[in-house]
Design a protein around this ligand. Structure first.
Ligand SMILES: [Mg+2]
Length: 234
């Protein structure tokens, strides 16, 4: 355990921010939908970015004509099957890549006494851990909030902050919390909590579109990780 407790809580999104799974997540989702609901809905080209896993399933299966109660009834079973397919797809994820500067940024924040790290991601917790495992990043993120905590991303920062409070014995407030993401949904959930938000245009959302949503700091990518760290700590 570190001796000094950080005064800032930095909460990372996963897909599009830390890494790209090379489509493993989408393939696992497609296979599980077919198995559990018998349909993928209009999944081809359907935007996943910024959405929570349950939100993706509800949206796709609603478009496929299923009633919400039926979608929700099968969701627990869906997660079990999805985790198995994701595990399998991740072993085949040859195109898995961590975006430039992310490893360095995470390591630097981790060793900095003023910060503690966590996750705010739309992935269910087991999915998040499976995606981070091959790149050795789980160890840096002891707490987080996940898609299985709420389908509504705006609720996730509050949940992550509560858990970090229990873990680190400190009550993180407002702009002591920094969301790091790649979509306008990351910016919205940060605003909903009153957190600061730093984004990179590494995912599916363009630099220009992100700029319109007015994050506190915007980068093409995190390759200049010292500059990113300055923005986070400022
Ligand atoms: Mg993302």
């Amino acid at each position: 355990m570190r001796e000094m407790v950080g005064t800032k809580l930095v909460l990372f999104d996963i897909d599009g921010t830390i890494l790209y799974t090379g489509g493993a997540g989408r393939r696992a989702m497609r296979r599980s939908l077919l198995e559990v609901y018998g349909s993928t809905g209009p999944i081809k080209g359907f935007p996943f970015s910024g959405k929570t896993d349950p939100q993706i399933i509800i949206e796709l299966m609603t478009l496929a004509g299923y009633a919400l109660n039926l979608i929700e009834e099968r969701m627990e079973r869906f997660w079990d099957i999805y985790v198995e397919y994701l595990r399998e797809e991740m072993t085949r994820a040859h195109k898995l890549k961590v975006y430039p500067g992310v490893m360095e940024l995470v390591a630097a924040l981790h060793s900095h006494n003023g910060t503690v790290l966590g996750l705010v991601t739309g992935n269910i917790q087991r999915g998040a851990r499976l995606k981070l495992e091959p790149v050795g990043l789980n160890q840096y993120f002891p707490v987080g909030a996940f898609g299985d905590d709420s389908a509504d991303r705006n609720q996730l920062p509050r949940i992550a902050v509560q858990r970090a409070g229990q873990q680190f014995g400190r009550d993180f407030r407002g702009r002591e919390v920094i969301i790091v993401g790649d979509t306008t949904a990351d910016i919205s959930c940060a605003r909903h909590f009153g957190a600061k938000v730093v984004v990179a245009a590494t995912g599916m959302i363009s630099y220009e579109e992100l700029e319109k949503a007015k994050p506190d700091a915007l980068f093409r990518d995190f390759s200049d990780y010292r500059k990113v760290m300055e923005e986070i700590l400022e």
